[in-house]
Design a protein around this ligand. Structure first.
Ligand code: FE
Length: 356
């Protein structure tokens, strides 16, 4: 099985990617709207087919990426029937299973943070995704969205603490950077409802938390009631339409050699290799301007900010760094030539001065 834990810094949300390594079928738990470009890039790079996005509940602190990912990848939107969300493809209830390849996630109703919260347990009970029900040494709050501390206490004890002791628990959030816990640990050490603490202890604790209103709730809840539908698809289209670009999981915008060869005149090509490489046997792309990476910060002013810039090097590494520097210098339309001169030559594209 393929497993990745992804983090959104803004909302401290964890998104989980699970896939069957043989069939390449994948599911994504709790995707974040602003991170869909990243998530789609990872799915692409790992060669996966996203079957479902699954929201563990109707979030109040971030907008789900479910709808954007459906648009981009054709994935189905799944959320609990009790969430009240409209527009999902599949409404989940306690006891349902979601299959990806030979693997399955089983749905357990774990209400209390919201009345529609679910946890997802992997088929062999080695991992469970607890949403905002059980957090690492904590729990979700119970003071809005039909929260109920009594329901949450029972959900944790009956549905999560009943899992095998070594079952790993992955929450939807952590605000301290902790990543994973286990059933045994939380049973023993959870300061709100572990050890000998009883339901009434927990209810009093939760009623006296005195938490601030979540910052994003007025935006997030209405958007999530529609599974994250947005008027447009801002995070998936390139920042501008000057070329069909690909966004990589590394965070770099890439341009493909064929497009560049057909549009040599419409962009500024910056070759960031050293002068001896620029004049060397690999050759160079016609019209390319030599600005070695080491002098790019100083010489960026020689470039026109109004015209797109494509950066080039031998294999695409230094030129990726160059796109980052140019963006920092205020250039908006910048892309890295995927694969650099090596791929350009391997594809037999036009060169100047090459002798290979
Ligand atoms: Fe929540």
């Amino acid at each position: 099985m393929i497993f990745r834990q992804l983090f959104d810094q803004q909302s401290s949300t964890y998104t989980y990617l699970l896939a069957d390594g043989d069939t390449r079928e994948a599911v994504l738990i709790d995707p974040v709207f602003e991170q869909t470009r990243r998530d789609a890039a990872l799915v692409d790079e790992l060669g996966l087919r996203l079957l479902y996005t699954i929201d563990t509940h109707l979030h109040a602190d971030h907008v789900t990426g479910a709808w954007l990912l459906k648009n981009r990848t054709g994935s189905q939107i799944a959320i609990s029937a009790a969430s009240g969300a409209e527009g999902a493809d599949r409404y989940l209830s306690h006891g349902d299973s979601i299959a990806f390849g030979a693997r399955q996630l089983r749905v357990r109703a774990t209400p209390g943070h919201t009345n529609g919260c679910i946890s997802l347990v992997l088929d062999d009970e080695t991992m469970a995704f607890t949403g905002d029900c059980l957090l690492i040494r904590g729990t979700g709050r119970t003071d809005f969205q039909n929260g109920n501390p009594h329901a949450l206490f029972r959900a944790v004890h009956e549905q999560l603490f009943s899992l095998p002791e070594n079952c790993l628990l992955y929450p939807a959030h952590d605000y301290r950077g902790l990543t994973v816990t286990s059933v045994a640990e939380e049973r023993r050490f959870n300061p709100r409802l572990g050890g000998e603490l009883c339901e009434d202890d927990f209810a009093v604790y939760m009623t006296n938390l005195g938490l601030a209103h979540p910052r994003q709730i007025d935006v997030a809840v209405p958007a999530n009631l529609k599974c994250g539908v947005a008027a447009s698809d801002p995070s998936l289209t390139p920042q501008s339409e000057w070329a069909p670009l690909t966004y990589t999981f590394a965070g770099i915008w890439e341009i493909h050699p064929q497009w560049l060869e057909e549009h040599l005149q419409s962009v500024q090509i910056v070759d960031v290799r050293e002068p001896d490489e620029f004049d060397g046997p690999l050759g160079r792309i016609p019209e390319a301007k030599l600005i070695s990476l080491g002098s790019l910060a100083k010489r960026a002013a020689e470039l026109d900010k109004e015209r797109p810039v494509v950066t080039v090097c031998r294999a695409g590494g230094r030129s990726a760094q160059a796109t980052v520097m140019l963006r920092q210098a205020g250039f908006e339309d910048v892309a890295n030539l995927a694969g650099g001169m090596l791929r350009w030559r391997a594809e037999g594209r036009v060169v100047e001065n090459g002798s290979l």
